[in-house]
Design a protein around this ligand. Structure first.
Ligand SMILES: C[S@@+](CC[C@H](N)C(=O)[O-])C[C@H]1O[C@@H](n2cnc3c(N)ncnc32)[C@H](O)[C@@H]1O
Length: 375
């Protein structure tokens, strides 16, 4: 479709939506298409049937507080406001869109149910909510879902329209090549279901990718402190970040260079100098925090040279990244522990995305047993 034709189509679509509620204030949310910012993911969902379907599938209960990230001109917001929800809190980065959605709520006579925060959803503190229903900007899909899942929020479910490939990864089963660590972690605290596919043709302007609606239903209201007795959720999250961080970084590089890329084995990942040294630092901190040595006792915890000085200064210097003050023997011993855990789990030649949560947890238990900490 030519730019001129799609501009025309977009203007018609936005006007059609505007006039369905109130012609008098239509211009308030009729943001001219040529001003829609693709870099902010401003692709408006315009098919009323799909919009209705999303709200129906979100199963909003009377009295619910709804969070919407990225309301745009309010196509979804108008329906959320008309639902049994008690209130809708929208967070929108673009002040023009924030003004448009506020005007639309006013035209519908539903302003009393809406609060709009203008700001970056990754930075603002969300108000309390029961359900999140959003057609989210795809550029922030991963961090936003991580914020919802592992932030301090208590909510029932999030019904989100995301890029189709992302949705497939999020619901991916163990052993599925496209599974990522967000999916692994999401499964610990939530059930993730694919609800329906939505064609890119339903958006204005038409994006380059298709979408899917996913439901993230929290397993419990509270974020669990531990994934199992003795293994804190934060320890697990950091462990999976190390396992899959390389994977995501490499995938991004592969996409950029359009090169074939093979995921690294756990053995290769944990041999990396910067990873080993970071774990060394974290493990020392964990031991100091917990007042414990590695299970099995002994003094094979690598110690850095500053321990002999005892004036606290060296300790402070080594606290962040000044690894040079760790003794060489200590570092070697620590690396041996990492290798030992991998070998005893028989996972050093395995690739993280091929492993189940159980295998990964088994490995983490062995790391912790050897005094290797991730948090
Ligand atoms: C895909 S559009 C969805 C618009 C509307 N909900 C719809 O379905 O038609 C995404 C919206 O998110 C907004 N947005 C982009 N990045 C954002 C961020 N970091 N925080 C909050 N809103 C953001 C954009 O300005 C845009 O209005």
């Amino acid at each position: 479709m030519s730019r001129a034709a799609s501009t025309l189509r977009a203007r018609h679509a936005v006007r059609r939506l505007s006039s369905s509620s109130s012609a008098s204030s239509a211009e308030a949310w009729d943001v001219p298409f040529h001003r829609l910012q693709k870099q902010r993911g401003q692709h408006l969902l315009t098919n009323p049937r799909v919009l209705d379907d999303i709200v129906r599938r979100a199963a909003i209960r009377p009295g619910d507080a709804v969070l919407e990230v990225g309301p745009g001109t309010g196509n979804l917001t108008a329906r959320l406001l008309a639902s049994p929800a008690a209130r809708v809190a929208a967070v929108e980065i673009d002040p023009r869109m924030a003004a448009a959605v506020s005007a639309r709520a006013a035209a519908l006579g539903l302003s009393h149910k809406l609060t709009v925060t203008t700001g970056d959803a990754m930075e603002v503190e969300f108000p309390e909510f029961d359900v999140c229903v959003s057609n989210i900007p795809y550029a922030i899909s991963s961090p936003l879902i991580a914020k919802l899942l592992f932030g301090a929020y208590r909510f029932r479910a999030a019904t989100l329209l995301v890029q189709r490939e992302f949705a497939r990864r999020l619901v991916g089963a163990p052993g599925h090549g496209e599974r990522n660590h967000l999916a692994t972690n999401a499964r610990l605290v939530a059930d993730v279901t694919l609800l329906m596919d939505v064609s890119k043709a339903e958006f204005v302007p038409v994006p380059g990718v298709d979408s899917s609606l996913v439901e993230i239903r929290m397993k419990e209201e509270d974020r669990p402190a531990e994934v199992e007795p003795g293994i804190g959720l934060d320890e697990w999250l950091e462990f999976t970040r190390v396992c899959f961080g390389q994977h995501q970084l490499q995938q991004r590089r592969r996409r950029q260079k359009k090169k074939r890329w093979k995921e690294k084995t756990l053995g290769t990942i944990f041999k990396k100098e910067e990873i080993a040294m970071e774990l060394f630092r974290l493990s020392r901190r964990a031991e100091e925090r917990d007042g414990s040595g590695p299970v099995g006792g002994g003094s094979d915890v690598p110690r850095h040279d500053g321990d002999d000085v005892g004036d606290g200064k060296e300790e402070e210097d080594c606290g962040e990244v000044a690894y040079s003050c760790f003794s060489k023997e200590g570092v070697v011993a620590f690396k041996e522990r990492i290798a030992g855990a991998l070998q005893s789990a028989r996972l050093d030649k395995e690739r993280p995305s091929r492993l189940s949560n159980d295998d990964l947890l088994r490995l983490l238990r062995l790391f912790i047993k050897r005094g290797v900490h991730f948090h």
